[in-house]
Design a protein around this ligand. Structure first.
Ligand SMILES: [Zn+2]
Length: 452
């Protein structure tokens, strides 16, 4: 390459182990980026440095791809913070209105983005914002919040890349087939998809096992089996399937809140019959508590990702045993089975249900898989980097640190693969999004957002 083909590096990241999460070269020593995109690795990267290059010295600290939380309610998290439903700071008090005005909504998102930057999170999926929640009590999920997202996106205030799923029913509640079909056919706002993509819909398929509202193939200990939440003229099961079919046929990503095996089965069957998800855009079973038996392999083959929350599993497994029976509760949240099957599997927080701190979720995930999975630490990191990029339909430009992908990085004080420390004992030192430092612990500041 000649000088005019490869410009000098804007950013050079060097001086420590870089876990690329790439398939061909899992480790690197240096990365050079131009306009936020990695253009060279190792010696070639060093060679692109000149006096204008912003050199980020790792000083022995480790770099991994920026964390991507595939299921995180950022607007609600920002409005509610520091109150969470489980774990430290737990407060499951009724919310009431949290975001009434445009100012409240802006504050909530900006607060969430700062918080996520401090945790090394550079991407997330906001799972469910739209007209279905226009009368919702918190004000965090309605069309107004979508407008605020769009406004801040236009103002280039984001520090994290967002995948936003539209919601045409109520959160954790019912939805009407006619409303959802109309929503599916309504236009999607134009955005810069690398920062705010709106690829699909969230459908609440069922509830949760401890409340006996997850829809099951084999009944609960009390003999009931739960039921789907969608409503339509031919009954809930047909309404759920009709929503999935319509969204898929429209080319939208379908994310179904599916905890019960019967709901996951319904989603999988509908997608199987439709010929599978598009190659580069899997659909998603959110929670997938009871993705047991034949389901992990069928999900893999149909192109359905599983978004698992290990902290919810840890906090509710004993409770779930009272309704599911001890045996099934023990098998629930089958993280190891999903990883073994090769299903696209993400580890997510569902914040503010649990903490957005992915390190706590990975430690809970490590407990769940024990020594069943080889290379467990890398596999767990994959669930918060590469796998969610696949779920985002963005694996060709984010999720690993390779030439042609964006320089989204989480810098840790120690190597998360080689070190035997709990993930929770690692410190997030710095966060880089699109080649720009958005958080630096050394200066104890969240760097102002506005992108150029
Ligand atoms: Zn959720």
């Amino acid at each position: 390459m000649t000088d005019d083909q490869i410009p000098r590096a804007d950013v050079l990241l060097r001086g420590g182990p870089i876990r690329t999460m790439g398939e061909t070269a899992p480790e690197a020593r240096a990365l050079a980026a131009v306009d936020g995109t990695i253009v060279a690795v190792d010696d070639e990267a060093e060679a692109l440095r000149d006096e204008h290059t912003h050199v980020i010295e790792l000083d022995g600290r480790a770099a991994i791809p920026g964390i991507n939380d595939a299921h995180l309610h950022a607007a609600w998290l920002g409005a509610r913070w520091p109150r969470l439903f489980f774990g430290e700071g737990a407060d499951s008090q009724h919310d009431g209105p949290l975001a009434r005005t445009e100012d409240d909504r802006r504050r909530a998102l900006l607060k969430a983005w700062n918080l996520l930057a401090e945790l090394g999170i550079t991407s997330y999926t906001e799972p469910g914002i739209g007209p279905g929640e226009d009368d919702g009590e918190t004000g965090c999920f309605g069309s107004d919040m979508l407008e605020t997202y769009l406004q801040l996106h236009r103002e280039r205030e984001q520090k994290s890349r967002v995948t936003l799923l539209r919601l045409f029913g109520t959160l954790d509640g019912t939805s009407d087939l006619e409303d959802v079909l109309a929503g599916i056919h309504s236009p999607v706002p134009a955005t810069d998809e690398r920062w705010l993509q709106i690829p699909g819909v969230k459908i609440f398929g069922d509830g949760i096992p401890p409340m006996r509202t997850a829809w099951l193939r084999t009944p609960y200990v009390d003999g009931s089996s739960g039921a789907p939440l969608p409503q339509g003229p031919s009954g809930p099961a047909e309404a759920l399937c009709a929503m999935i079919r319509a969204a898929h046929a429209r080319g939208l990503q379908v994310a179904v809140h599916a905890t019960g095996d019967r709901t996951i089965d319904a989603l999988t069957t509908a997608i199987e019959r439709a010929g599978g998800a598009p190659e580069n855009r899997p659909h998603c079973a959110v929670h997938a508590d009871l993705a047991l038996g034949d389901l992990p392999a069928r999900m893999r083959d149909a192109g359905i990702a599983a978004a698992i929350q290990p902290v919810i599993a840890r906090e509710t497994r004993t409770w779930a045993a009272t309704t599911l029976g001890a045996g099934r509760a023990k098998d629930a949240w089958p993280l190891a089975r999903l990883l073994e099957a090769g299903t696209v599997t993400t580890i997510t927080s569902d914040a503010p249900i649990t903490t957005p701190d992915w390190r706590i979720a990975l430690d809970a995930g490590a407990e769940m898989i024990g020594d069943e999975i080889p290379d467990a630490r890398s596999r767990l990191l994959d669930c918060v980097t590469r796998a969610p990029a696949i779920q985002d339909g963005a694996a060709d430009w984010k999720g690993s640190l390779e030439v042609g992908k964006v320089l989204d990085v989480c810098v840790l004080d120690d190597d998360p693969v080689a070190s035997r420390k709990a993930f929770t004992d690692l410190t997030v030192e710095m966060t880089i999004t699109d080649g720009r430092v958005v958080f630096d612990r050394a200066t104890r500041r969240s760097v102002p957002a506005s992108r150029t």
